[in-house]
Design a protein around this ligand. Structure first.
Ligand code: BGC
Length: 266
């Protein structure tokens, strides 16, 4: 339910990014789309089952809340999760523990934190942050944010609005799940060079381009640091740029979505 939260910290919201190896959090300044202070990271517990992960999220929120800039308990927390999240419930588990499927992540974390929570897909969060504060700022039309990491994440943004859970990493390309060949982890697993990897990306991006005719591709994920090794090798009609917010895009997007959902922004 949308509620009005009046607080002197209403424009500073905690964002948490749940990943396969680390759970990271930060206090986000929503005017700037930047973190206030350092981010805080704890390795993801193994096995990464719901209760254990919720415990770590609570630890991170407690640390951030104890800082002088920490938002009070009346301010909701935004959280990303690397799976389909439909109305707070996980509906897939491609690269996470299978016990998450059908878990009400929103309810689990609301209980663990004792405050309002807004949960969303990790790539959707990164995409939202890029569209508002980063490489997609001011772009009218369709922006596709594709994150190349353990899997392939995607965010579909049209006229600044997110269409959640696009899951374009699971398009079938050449008879296989696209992320099994074109993710950053597939490149490492197969020990291939940049040219061969660029050929896989070419197949992937030209298919996505054909389906959506986007106005801009934004490429995120750790591998975007090496964009000069593969981007010049791609031949697409859509302009392609790297994500601006780098490691913090998920944290910023999660905080932003929580603020929008709970009506904290003007
Ligand atoms: C999942 C997506 C997620 C992406 C990046 C994919 O395997 O299906 O939900 O956004 O990985 O983490």
């Amino acid at each position: 339910m949308a509620k009005k939260h009046k607080s002197k910290h209403a424009r500073a919201v905690i964002g948490i990014d749940i990943g396969g190896t680390g759970i990271k959090g930060g206090i986000v300044d929503l005017d700037k789309g930047k973190l206030i202070g350092e981010r805080y990271r704890i390795p993801t517990p193994q096995p990464a089952i719901p209760e254990a992960v919720a415990g770590v999220v609570a630890q991170i929120v407690a640390e951030l809340s104890s800082r002088p800039d920490g938002p009070g308990p009346e301010v909701p927390v935004g959280v990303t999760f690397p799976a389909i999240i439909q109305h707070g419930v996980a509906r897939s588990a491609a690269n996470v523990d299978k016990s998450w499927v059908d878990t009400d992540v929103d309810a689990l974390l609301t209980k663990a934190l004792g405050r309002e929570v807004q949960v969303m897909n990790d790539a959707d969060a990164a995409g939202l942050a890029e569209a508002r504060y980063g490489a997609g700022k001011g772009i009218d039309g369709t922006v596709l944010v594709i994150t190349l990491g353990t899997g392939i994440g995607s965010a579909l943004i049209s006229q600044g609005r997110l269409v959640p859970n696009a899951e374009l990493g699971h398009l079938e390309v050449d008879g296989v799940d696209a992320e099994s060949r074109a993710s950053a982890s597939a490149r490492e697993r197969d020990g291939i060079g940049w040219e061969e990897y660029a050929q896989r990306l070419q197949r992937y991006f030209s298919h996505v381009e054909f389906l959506f005719s986007p106005d801009l591709f934004i490429v995120g994920g750790g591998i975007s640091k090496r964009s000069e090794d593969f981007m010049p090798l791609l031949d697409l009609r859509t302009p392609m740029v790297t994500a601006n917010l780098k490691n913090n895009a998920g944290i910023v997007g999660a905080a932003l979505q929580a603020a929008v959902h709970f009506d904290l922004l003007d």
